[in-house]
Design a protein around this ligand. Structure first.
Ligand code: GDP
Length: 245
């Protein structure tokens, strides 16, 4: 180890745990690791990063963040970069419960799906579990609540079989409607037969599920399409992180 590297490690261990952290969730093969790596690579103007295994310390210019919108361009604080952590998780079915356990300590979730996948049923079931976890967390909070940010990142938009984000959103909403229905009848999920009312996702009754129904539950869902190819996510994600910080 060079002295410079040691300095870097000490610096990270002292500060990283205090930074807001975003969690990368999604099924296996959706592109979580590729997305995280693409966010770290290169020397882009708008995003600077450094990497550690499974988590990444990133920073974005403050002019991409929501709190800067009332300041003038001449404000020197705009030169300050906002720092945060990005946490990768395994998407394998058996490891999902462990991945979900990081939600309470995270500032927001990026849920990655493969837009070229012919079947989004498994992704929808996982996303349903993620949203129910966040809903339970939000229900315990009191006072003014800005809403827990969730970005559904419809990845691999470069593939010719990929569907546009708007379509993926519709499919996920329809699939979550089915999951919600099935869960309420107790037919999905081994060991989850108890019909717990808290497990019903969203307001809006028993009709079709839409992500908008989660706003009253303190969850703000954005759906965006992109690709890790040619820096396709860097600006879109940077902007979303900035608004969510
Ligand atoms: P993870 O299991 O969610 O971490 O998925 P990976 O990051 O390992 O990606 C799974 C596969 O999809 C790899 O072969 C990646 O190279 C590929 N991949 C990820 N993102 C994209 C993308 O935006 N476009 C294309 N064409 N391939 C991608």
């Amino acid at each position: 180890l060079t002295p410079i590297f040691l300095h870097f490690v000490v610096f990270r261990s002292r500060t990283a745990k205090h930074l807001p952290s975003f969690l990368l969730l999604g099924p296996n093969g959706a592109g979580k690791t590729a997305l995280m790596t693409s966010f770290a690579d290169g020397t882009p103007a708008e995003t600077r990063t450094s990497q550690a295994p499974h988590s990444l310390e990133a920073d974005i210019p403050a002019n991409l963040s929501s709190s800067s919108k009332y300041r003038s361009d001449a404000d020197p604080s705009l030169a300050v970069h906002k720092r945060f952590m990005l946490q990768d998780t395994p998407g394998h079915g058996k490891l999902r419960t462990a991945a979900l356990s990081h939600i309470p300590e995270s500032h927001g979730v990026v849920f990655v799906v493969d837009s070229s996948s012919p079947d989004l049923g498994d992704a929808a079931e996982y996303l349903h579990a993620v949203l129910v976890s966040i809903q339970k967390l939000q229900a315990k909070k009191t006072g003014i609540n800005a809403g827990y940010p969730v970005l559904v990142a419809c990845n691999k938009s470069d593939l010719f079989t990929a569907l546009p984000a708007e379509k993926i959103k519709e499919i996920l909403e329809a699939e979550i409607t089915k999951v919600r229905e099935a869960k309420s009848r107790g037919v999905v999920g081994v060991g989850q037969e108890d019909k717990d009312e808290d497990d019903w996702l969203g307001e809006g009754g028993s009709g079709a599920f839409t992500f908008d129904q989660l706003e009253d539950a303190g969850i703000v869902v954005d759906v965006k399409g992109g690709t890790v190819k040619e820096d396709g996510w860097r600006f879109k994600l940077g902007e979303w992180f900035g608004q969510s910080l």
